[in-house]
Write a protein that binds this ligand. Structure first.
Ligand code: B12
Ligand code: SF4
Length: 486
């Protein structure tokens, strides 16, 4: 069912926002897998200060299924002796893999300091330090903390004075003070040049460089809202990248990485409509065959005129989180949107020629069978009416560190899955509540995907018709590529 869901998700996007992409671009989607923006950003920052870095990432040549973990591990082990420290990045779902790989490195190279960064390490720092071999955890933004940490290690100075890290000292967990947020507006460009550090020509499909047909750029970061289940730490301010830096990044991606579409990974693009239009103007001045889309929140202050100007600037689509069709649940989760306002915003955007992509959830806090059915029904109604040109539905994962997870009893949660590797948002329910069992959640999610596919079939055609229309632009359904591309 999930494959069919991905099929329709892919096709609906291929027929709308990606309709200028060619067979060649689609055949390169697998190249998106190793692009890790956080690590590559960290590398370019450290190199400014004379610290040499090498980037290792997973790759599945031509989309073939390979043992990603083992191949990656062998590559790191093969070169480990060259490094003064080895760092891993993980989110909750990949934490166990990172810990397992670090364990193998520790066995063969017991003296190399092992560092972990990324979203999971700092929300569970005590647990991670106690149960894994990682020596030091870098919390939240990594750039300045890692630089100071590496300098201290190099000079054999105590690391207690480095803000933004945690480690074990004589068996006791030490957490140093938080570091204020970095001014990210002038960071050096993401170190894309390091992508190929550890790939053979064969792994890159015989090409000299990996292509990034769809690129994610972030001219704005942060969100002033606070949904109780949001695991994102780039809150609460909205900060902007300098336009000159953005221009350089866009040119690089178009010229050197064959980018043909930009996804603005902004949490709230229309937070300040004037700023958004300034960015839009820049995006609109790119090559005519270049298109873009952005992620934003529902904002009742945005007018038709704003949408018209976005369309003129070649914006193809806006991504908007709706999550639930039940206003009571939206209020409870702190989403801070009103459904009629969301509908009006979508209507205006559609009338001005923009596509709209909405996000929905099964398993919102205090969800019942009825509210889930209401959400599924509304999502499919909006897809059928065209209010939402395309859509995505996910099962809520309560990530450690979020209010939903930490105060779960308040939300009727009776069980959480202890296996973090299931927290990837696609395989199975990770909690159970007094209102919905795991089986209920699983059933509702399957039902949601099923109804999604039925609605899509009405809108864009049967599988056979869609396959025919797609021609050679056929997707690879490996979730690693689907996630990276959509
Ligand atoms: C872009 C993005 C993606 C992209 C690309 C990811 C990438 N690796 O570049 C794609 C679309 C592929 C993606 C996929 C997924 N993502 Co995602 N993604 C994001 C997003 C929006 C931005 C990440 C980013 O680039 N940030 C900017 C960079 C600069 O920050 P960073 O990566 O955090 O890195 C900084 C620090 O964390 C630290 N750091 C990171 N690593 C390391 C390592 C070391 C050694 C050190 C010292 C420091 C350090 O330094 C970096 C620079 O400051 C975040 C939300 C967010 N805004 O953080 C979600 C987010 C990270 N994703 C999330 C999830 C769940 C997923 C998926 C599982 C979704 C799914 N259902 O499939 C997949 C899994 C993919 C995978 N295999 O890892 C969750 C993770 C929650 C959690 N606690 O686990 C987040 C937080 C979104 C959310 N709110 O729920 N994602
Ligand atoms: S609106 Fe989006 S980014 Fe902002 S808190 Fe909610 S889920 Fe997180």
């Amino acid at each position: 069912m999930q494959r069919q869901y991905y099929f329709y998700l892919f096709a609906s996007r291929a027929f709308t926002v990606f309709n200028h992409l060619e067979e060649r671009d689609f055949s390169r989607f697998w190249m998106l897998e190793p692009v890790h923006l956080g690590l590559l950003q960290l590398i370019s920052y450290l190199e400014q200060y004379g610290i040499d870095c090498s980037f290792f990432g997973p790759i599945s040549p031509d989309g073939r299924e390979v043992d990603r973990e083992e191949i990656l591990l062998q590559k790191i082990l093969g070169r480990a002796g060259e490094f003064d420290a080895i760092g891993f990045s993980s989110i909750t779902a990949s934490y166990r893999t990172a810990a397992r790989m670090a364990g193998r490195i520790r066995q063969e190279h017991p003296h190399i300091p092992l560092i972990l960064g990324g979203n999971h390490a700092w929300v569970r720092y005590e647990e991670v330090l106690r149960e894994s071999v990682f020596d030091i955890l870098v919390h939240k933004e990594g750039e300045a903390s890692t630089l100071e940490l590496l300098r201290a290690l190099e000079l054999r100075k105590p690391i207690e004075n480095v803000a933004g890290i945690s480690f074990l000292k004589s068996g006791v967990v030490v957490k140093t003070p938080e570091r204020p947020r970095l001014d990210r507006s002038a960071l050096p460009m993401i170190g894309y040049g390091h992508l190929e550090d550890n790939f053979t020509a064969e792994e890159m499909g015989g090409e000299e460089r990996l292509s990034i047909p769809i690129s994610r750029v972030t001219p704005l970061t942060g969100c002033t809202n606070d949904c109780i289940w949001c695991a994102d730490f780039w809150k609460p301010q909205v900060t902007a990248q300098r336009l000159a830096c953005l221009t350089g990044e866009l040119s690089y991606l178009m010229d050197q990485r064959n980018s043909r579409f930009f996804y603005l990974g902004t949490h709230d693009f229309l937070h300040e409509p004037c700023k958004a239009l300034e960015i839009a103007e820049l995006m609109g001045s790119l090559r005519p065959e270049m298109h873009w889309e952005a992620q934003t929140r529902v904002n009742p202050g945005v007018t038709r005129e704003h949408f018209r100007r976005l369309r003129e600037a070649d914006c193809r689509c806006l991504h908007i989180g709706i999550e639930s069709a039940n206003q009571g649940l939206l209020d409870l989760m702190g989403k801070n949107i009103r459904i009629p306002e969301a509908m009006r915003m979508l209507e205006y955007a559609r009338e001005e020629g923009l596509e709209t992509h909405t996000y929905w959830l099964v398993g919102s806090p205090l969800e019942t069978y009825e509210t889930a059915r209401q959400t599924i029904g509304t999502m499919t109604a909006w897809m059928r009416s065209g209010l939402s040109s395309t859509a995505e539905i996910n099962m809520l994962v309560g990530y450690p560190g979020t209010r939903f997870f930490e105060h779960r009893r308040q939300y009727g949660v009776t069980w959480v899955d202890p296996d973090y590797s299931h927290y990837d948002g696609r395989s199975q329910p990770t909690f159970e509540t007094t209102r919905l069992t795991r089986r209920d959640l699983e059933y509702l999610f399957h039902r949601a995907m099923d109804e999604y596919c039925m609605a899509m079939e009405e809108v864009i055609g049967s599988r056979e018709q869609v396959t025919e229309r797609l021609g050679h632009r056929f997707p690879n359904f490996d979730p690693a590529f689907m996630e990276a591309a959509f």
